[in-house]
Design a binder for this molecule. Structure first.
Ligand code: NOJ
Length: 822
């Protein structure tokens, strides 16, 4: 893993000094070959021959931004060319990204900050649960409330733009280092999570930035490599190219971005790597074609930090804002100049770039700014952010910044209580033999593992650390904790109420090689709680799916002698669990990265104050070798374009793959236990679209999110759910569809298309509701270039996980094909 990190970072050291190279449109020439067909396939998709998509479409404000767009136009009309260049080019300053002020127009600039679980470069801010935990809640309301609370903290610190949320990576590979920042490899679940999070952020008055667009499914090789030659670098190898066919693009990777745009996201961050041969940020098919034309995106596309690889090509390809603005590794070599900046004025003056294109870039930037009312009473930047920002320290600033906010303002409010509640709702109970949990006033508790206690290396961790519980990974998606309730502290506090004895051993090396009986002499504890963790970070991919620090050996060592061993994981994502079926492992909890109240959230579930209602947002296989779609690591050749990642598995990622190949798994997608039990009643399907459902959607004028006909509800499905246990509980009813046989080859066996979380008192019955929209019932037809509802009979399956689907019914939206066997 460390080697991978070095490899990835080495590509960031130097970039070419600005020169004619900044205007090299060579990448554009390559675009004819960019939408290549996956090798060894016979799929006839348009990507072999789709032409480049130019010009970049102008924003119209359609979908509710019309008034704001007019204000943006009026603003642009007053700008000089130099000011226009400033508006689209980042500068060093107090925030992670900075657009400078134009005081004569009363414009205070734009402050952009990471990230998806906290405002990262800030003091006195909260650390919320990570995306993988948020997805585990399967709870729309929580997803929204989390997004809202985060948005309020960004705004109170003076950040106009939150670089959040993440749906790229989607989670093609279990190993990707940033899966935890995003939600789930299922595009439907992630799509809902994106939409709710963005609504939350933007209802707080902060711009959301869904990222990274698109195909950013691994960390290593995400940047080109450079040979150092004094201060000027010579490019040695281009970044990896994610080669994705058209159908896979639409049905998996673009899907949640469509939700994001539908939710009116202000901005989209394009990714580092190449996509079908061309860098994502200058990929006109992706940015102009998919995002701005097909999805009707009205906001602006900003580059990831240093992912701009050209000037004119990027501008023509649809990039609207260059971040952080400078050239060089991560764009941090501020002195080296910029692909944008002064080059924009030159390009406009010499006629290379029409000023109308630059105007549209700024209109796209300023429209959401006005739409969210950021021109009125927006809090000034907290000066402490400038001190914390190692990315562009004060010594690099060349412009003035209005840091008029209160210094070290405490923006946490009552979010601690919210984070505790959310963390508990994200906790997934995977195994619970003999009703081990909830704990019932045990006389003696033994706590094991280096994940149980307090962090020993400070509250802002960019590197893996041995001792201390994990609530976030490393990189730009992390957060700066102000406090952390670790599991051991919370257990001690709760155990004191029962007078329980709590003893702990936190050194994994010691536990793994010790006869644990010597640790707890003379009497065995009633329960042994083993805490395990798995780190992941940006710019590196995971080397293994096992837990870190010999965690498997720790479980073996404890379970050998403790007949009531409860394992808790705090992991960035998928782990294999070779000890899952050990008879002494009586309960397993996957708690992921639950945020600053981690211990309290866990204790609430361990003791039954909260029913475990988290459900797996991915599949846990029996063996690591069962997973497909590995990270590309094995390219030994050093040709300029040799780093290629072929998404040959197409739609078969995560449960789609295991279902298509009938592979048995340990815990399936959607699985999780409650302390109660639930049963389903009779399913009811109501057609709300009338009898004339057509295969192809009506072609309505595009709105944000694409053709509005795709978002129309065609069916309302409902089903009674009864809590049949003797305790109150919470469950997640899930609906999956199977498309008719007339759908093209490669169509997944089952796909999630609805979920509803219900809290029910013992004996109570509630109703789970699912809305099926046109897109939910369609596949992407590569020839028609449209979403198509296949003719014939669909199967709807409802249950409590992707492999526990006791209720099925059929549906035939479009007649004309054979019946399908249930
Ligand atoms: C690079 C990361 O990929 C992106 O997610 C982040 O927002 C920027 N750096 C800024 O820190």
């Amino acid at each position: 893993m460390r080697n991978s990190l070095v490899l990835a970072l080495s590509g960031l050291v130097l970039a070419p000094a600005v020169s004619a190279q900044a205007y090299d449109s060579g990448d554009r020439d390559r675009e004819d070959f960019s939408w290549v067909q996956p090798k060894n396939t016979t799929i006839l998709g348009p990507y072999g021959h789709v032409p480049p998509v130019y010009p970049s479409p102008n924003a119209t404000g359609v979908g509710g931004w019309e008034d704001a767009l007019q204000k943006a136009r009026d603003f642009v009309a007053q700008l000089t060319l130099e000011e226009k260049a400033d508006m689209v080019t980042g500068q060093p300053g107090p925030c992670v990204g900075n657009i400078v002020a134009i005081p004569r127009l009363g414009f205070n600039g734009i402050c952009l900050h990471d990230g998806p679980l906290a405002i990262r470069v800030a003091d006195y801010a909260s650390v919320f649960m990570a995306g993988v935990s948020a997805a585990s809640t399967w709870d729309r309301e929580i997803l929204y409330q989390r997004g809202l609370a985060m948005g309020r903290e960004f705004k109170a610190k003076g950040a106009h733009v939150a670089l959040s949320p993440v749906c790229g990576p989607l989670g093609r590979s279990a190993y990707s280092g940033r899966n935890w920042e995003g939600f789930s490899p299922d595009p439907y679940l992630t799509g809902v999570a994106m939409e709710e999070t963005i609504l939350g952020h933007q209802d707080a008055g902060v711009q959301a930035t869904p990222k990274h667009f698109i195909g950013n499914e691994q960390e290593i090789m995400r940047n080109p490599t450079w040979k150092t030659n004094g201060t000027v670098g010579e490019k040695v190898q281009e970044a990896i190219s994610s080669n994705i066919d058209d159908r896979t693009m639409h049905e998996l990777y673009l899907w949640p971005f469509a939700n994001a745009i539908h939710a009116r996201a202000a901005s989209v961050m394009c990714s580092y790597q190449r996509l079908n041969g061309t860098y994502a940020c200058e990929n006109s098919k992706a940015v102009n074609g998919l995002l701005k034309e097909e999805l009707g995106f009205q906001g602006y596309v900003m580059s990831d930090w240093g992912s701009t690889h050209s000037g004119v090509s990027s501008i023509e390809g649809g990039l609207d804002m260059n971040m952080p603005g400078g050239l060089g590794g991560y764009g941090m070599n501020w002195k080296a100049g910029s692909f944008f900046g002064g080059n924009i004025t030159r390009a406009v003056n010499n006629g290379t770039v029409p000023v109308e294109r630059v105007d549209d870039m700024i209109i796209r930037i300023m429209t959401p700014y006005y739409w969210l009312g950021q021109d009125k009473d927006f809090p000034g930047i907290d000066p402490s952010t400038g001190d914390l920002n190692t990315f562009s320290p004060r010594s690099t600033w060349v412009r003035e910044f209005n840091m008029t906010g209160e210094r070290s303002v405490d923006v946490r409010g009552d979010h601690g209580a919210l984070i505790r509640k959310h963390g508990a709702a994200a906790t997934i109970l995977l195994k619970n033999e003999n009703k081990t949990l909830p704990l019932k006033a045990p006389k003696s508790i033994a706590v094991f593992g280096n994940d149980a206690g307090q962090i020993t290396e400070g509250f802002y961790n960019q590197d893996e650390y041995e001792f201390g519980t994990l609530v976030a990974g490393g990189g730009s998606g992390t957060g700066r904790l102000t406090y952390l309730v670790d599991p051991l502290t919370a257990i001690n506090a709760r155990a004191a109420q029962d007078g329980s004895l709590v003893q702990q051993w936190l050194n994994n090396t010691l536990i793994a090689k010790t006869d644990v009986r010597t640790l707890w002499l003379p009497t065995p504890p009633d329960v042994c709680l083993v805490f395990l963790k798995t780190w992941a970070e940006e710019a590196a991919d995971r080397a293994s799916l096992h837990v870190d620090y010999d965690g498997d050996d720790v479980v073996d060592s404890v379970a050998r002698y403790c007949s009531n061993t409860v394992v808790v994981t705090h992991s960035s994502g998928i782990n294999v669990m070779p000890w899952a079926n050990h008879p002494n492992v009586t309960a397993i909890i996957a708690a992921h990265f639950p945020g600053q109240e981690s211990g309290n959230s866990l204790v609430d579930v361990l003791y039954g104050d909260v029913d475990p209602s988290g459900r797996l947002p991915y599949t846990i296989a029996h063996n690591a070798s069962d997973y497909n779609a590995p990270i590309v690591t094995d390219i030994q050749t050093d040709g300029f374009y040799d780093w290629q990642s072929w998404f040959d598995e197409k739609l078969e990622i995560d449960y789609r793959y295991f279902d298509a190949n009938n592979i048995s798994v340990l815990y399936e997608f959607g699985f999780g236990l409650s302390y109660s039990t639930f049963e389903l009643g009779e399913i009811n399907v109501e057609n709300v679209a009338g009898s004339n459902i057509t295969s192809r959607p009506e072609h309505l004028p595009v709105q944000p999110g694409g053709n509005p006909a795709l978002w129309e509800t065609l069916y309302n499905v409902s089903i009674p759910v009864t809590n049949t246990g003797d305790v109150d509980g919470t469950t997640v009813a899930q609906l999956y569809i199977t498309l008719p046989d007339s759908a093209p080859e490669g169509t997944p066996v089952r796909q999630l298309r609805g979920f509803d979380k219900l809290s029910l008192a013992a004996g109570q019955t509630g109703v789970a509701n699912f809305e099926l929209m046109r897109r939910d019932l369609s596949y992407w037809d590569v020839n028609a270039q449209d979403w198509v509802i296949p003719k014939g009979e669909f199967v709807l399956s409802v249950g409590f996980s992707s492999r526990d689907l006791p209720v099925t019914t059929t549906l035939t939206p479009v007649k004309g094909c054979t019946k399908r066997k249930l």
